[in-house]
Write a protein that binds this ligand. Structure first.
Ligand SMILES: Nc1ncnc2c1ncn2[C@@H]1O[C@H](COP(=O)(O)OP(=O)(O)OP(=O)(O)O)[C@@H](O)[C@H]1O
Length: 238
């Protein structure tokens, strides 16, 4: 469904992505992991049509990813400066005006599921509740793909758990794909079908979580730690 071929993205002379080739099928939940600065956000922006490659190609269902095609892709940034002057209800109204695939009833259901009041002003919400609202309006889009940049970052375990439950409950694995960057691999591992590991702008591994357990005989977190310790994917033998 999403195909990236030999993508290079430079910021000045810095290469944020180096020759990235990647195929993302429909109906998977994928964790994108790697050290700070390894290129995760840049890769998500590329798939969202928010960043243009210096070379290589990005396509969705065979068509180049442009802002138009990207209307089927819901992107959630990692920033926390999120329409602070709105109430939650006003934010939902705003999203409805911006996105054709936005489902107001679903948005309200998710907000209720996550225990946030529609009348709250976003600027007066705690960071955890802002995180809940952010995921609610993202998942309320009936998009083919959800690209979530660090949905768990800086949030306490209860909020992380709520967001994980929301992801399971409000996405349909039959046709929707979720790709999320995270540093909380241990917590999200049960949600994941695949893990993509990045280092220095390169994808150093892309494995199915079941395969990691079956062939490497370890959980995904231990597999990833060994991958980094040994500096390459041959670190753990099947
Ligand atoms: N707008 C920009 N201008 C200049 N350099 C940038 C820009 N965005 C990213 N970079 C650089 O590109 C590289 C990849 O950054 P990116 O944000 O994609 O990494 P990341 O894996 O998401 O990091 P983190 O885990 O810290 O969020 C880094 O070296 C970063 O400094």
């Amino acid at each position: 469904m999403i195909e990236l071929k030999h993508i290079v993205k430079k910021y000045g002379s810095k290469r944020a992505l180096q020759d990235v080739t990647l195929s993302i099928p429909k109906g998977k939940v994928i964790g994108l992991v790697g050290e700070n600065g390894s290129g995760k956000s840049t890769l998500l922006k590329m798939m969202a049509g928010l960043s243009t490659p210096n070379s290589g190609s990005a396509s969705f269902d065979g068509k180049p990813i442009t802002r138009r095609v990207a209307s089927r892709i819901a992107y959630m940034s990692d920033t926390d400066d999120f329409y602070t002057y709105f109430t939650v209800q006003q934010l939902i109204d705003f999203y409805e005006s911006q996105f054709k695939d936005f489902d107001v009833l679903k948005a309200k259901e998710i907000v209720q599921f996550l225990n946030v009041s529609l009348n709250s002003k976003i600027k007066s919400l705690s960071k955890g509740n802002r995180g809940r609202v952010k995921i609610a309006v993202t998942l309320a889009r009936e998009a083919d793909v959800y690209l979530l940049d660090e949905p768990f970052s800086g949030l306490d375990p209860m909020v992380r758990d709520d967001i994980a439950k929301g992801l399971i409950r409000f996405t349909d694995p039959e046709w929707q794909t979720v790709i999320m960057s995270t540093h909380e691999i241990r917590e999200v591992e049960p949600l994941l079908d695949d893990i993509i590991v990045m280092r220095g702008g390169v994808i150093i591994a892309h494995e199915a979580v079941d395969e990691i357990r079956d062939f490497y005989g370890v959980d995904a977190t231990s597999w990833m730690v060994s991958l980094f310790k040994d500096g390459n994917r041959e670190g753990i033998s099947k």
